[in-house]
Design a protein. Structure first.
Length: 457
């Protein structure tokens, strides 16, 4: 123990009377490294606690010894007594200074992501740049619309769109000079009509660099024959030669958009945007009036520069249409492969059931048809969902076919008795209603004999 003057001394052990005894040695001791707030507080408490004082042997002084001491020897005895020093000496204080101060290292806690609680720690800008650089372009569009900080960061760093496109879309054509990287990503992965705002619109018309719904498209286009009435100069002269400076598309006789123009044959029609026609005519008239003297010489250069830009857009639109067709075809192939894989997987599982279900019987089960039409990879979870439905429908099908076979066997026996022939009637065609719901829309014909089975055995 240590007294009020920081002097340690030994005392005799005493048995506690008001507290429970000490724990036995079989008690489980936690040897794990402490962590969290409690460990940090414990480390700080250990640092603030003074080090243990060295033990010293204390001579027991009785009451009679104190009475025998003379008054002038009390100070000397107290000064000489090692157990009761009057003042702490320098040697005694140096004992405390010999113990080095130990500070617990600061352990950073992991960030806790909780719903409805914003993060207190800000993410470094370099981390944001790395995160957004390797994000999908479609994900960048969504983050730009929903997160204000991402909107500002993407606005101030337009190169992120190009990095994302280069990382995720290797075979994508380079954008035309008329588009920024953000506009290019929005036309590819965005949705919603740019005119009326219909959210379900996903079709992009690369010939016009716009995403419209079909009604808005028909409101904005004009046929080539109708556009000739607008291609007039200041004095009404014909300026139809500037039509090569207009972006064009092609529609069929039903009004469906076919692709980029001009039309290759008479079965389809070339269309322009009415706004492009009006803007081009207005620009032509303005240039002719501003440069009235030299306009005749500069007109060819002006038309040639416009035609170069339109040709660049035309080539870009054709590449994008080809890229979309290729992507759509590859997706359809992958979907068909997944459907075939599901069919093989489910048929293999059905053949191992008790009793086994044949492929011919499974093909007539509605649940099996719906399951193999899903373009997803097969899994045990999907099979467990299909299994009870398949068992029920296969049992009902087999039960109905068994009844029909019994009826056919009875009718065949009566005919043999009257005609005297032993050849069974195998040409009977019976149409059975095999829909488990009892509806008449599914009627399957079977050529049945007395021992007919669906598995062909």
């Amino acid at each position: 123990m240590v007294n009020s003057k920081n002097v340690a001394f030994k005392v005799d052990k005493q048995t506690p009377m008001r507290w429970p005894p000490a724990q036995p040695y079989s008690t489980v001791i936690n040897c794990r490294k402490p962590g969290g707030k409690r460990a940090l507080k414990q480390a700080q408490a250990d640092v603030s606690k003074p080090p243990e004082a060295p033990l010293m042997k204390v001579t027991r002084i009785t009451k009679e010894d104190r009475k025998r001491e003379r008054p002038d020897d009390v100070d000397g005895a107290e000064g000489a007594s090692p157990g009761y020093p009057k003042k702490a000496s320098r040697d005694f204080l140096s004992t405390f200074s010999s113990y080095p101060t130990v500070f617990a290292p600061h352990v950073s806690k992991p960030t806790k992501l909780r719903r409805g609680r914003p993060l207190q720690k800000n993410i470094d800008l370099d981390c944001w740049f790395t995160i957004l650089r390797y994000s999908d372009p479609a994900q960048l569009l969504e983050m730009r619309d929903k997160i204000a900080s991402c909107y500002r960061f993407l606005r101030d760093n337009p190169s992120l769109w190009k990095h994302s496109r280069s990382y995720h879309c290797h075979d994508l054509p380079e954008p035309t000079s008329e588009l920024t990287e953000f506009q290019y990503s929005d036309l590819r992965h965005g949705h919603g009509c740019m005119s009326c705002g219909t959210s379900a619109t996903r079709k992009t018309y690369w010939a016009f660099l716009r995403r419209w719904c079909k009604p808005c498209l028909h409101e904005k286009i004009i046929r080539e024959s109708d556009a000739l009435t607008h291609l007039k100069g200041t004095n009404g002269e014909d300026i139809a030669f500037i039509s090569k400076c207009l972006p064009s598309g092609v529609i069929d006789s039903w009004g469906n958009f076919v692709g980029v123009g001009p039309a290759p044959n008479h079965s389809v029609k070339t269309v322009y945007l009415l706004s492009d026609v009006k803007n081009l005519v207005a620009e032509f008239v303005k240039e002719s009036q501003d440069n009235y003297v030299s306009w005749h010489a500069e007109m060819r250069t002006w038309v040639a520069n416009k035609a170069v830009v339109i040709e660049e857009r035309r080539q870009f639109a054709r590449k994008m249409e080809l890229w979309e067709d290729t992507t759509r075809t590859s997706k359809s192939f992958s979907y068909q492969e997944k459907k075939d894989a599901r069919k093989v997987y489910f048929l293999d599982k059905a053949s191992k059931m008790t009793p086994p279900i044949s492929a011919r019987l499974a093909d007539h089960c509605p649940s099996f048809k719906r399951a193999i039409a899903i373009p997803k990879d097969p899994s045990m979870a999907s099979w467990l969902q299909l299994k009870p439905k398949l068992e029920k429908e296969a049992f009902e099908l087999a039960k109905g076919i068994g009844l029909a076979a019994g009826m056919l066997h009875t009718s065949g026996g009566g005919e043999r008795a009257s005609t005297g022939t032993s050849t069974p009637n195998t040409d009977a065609s019976i149409v059975l209603n095999l829909d488990p719901q009892g509806s008449a829309h599914t009627r399957l014909p079977f050529m049945l004999c007395p021992h007919a089975r669906l598995d062909g055995a």
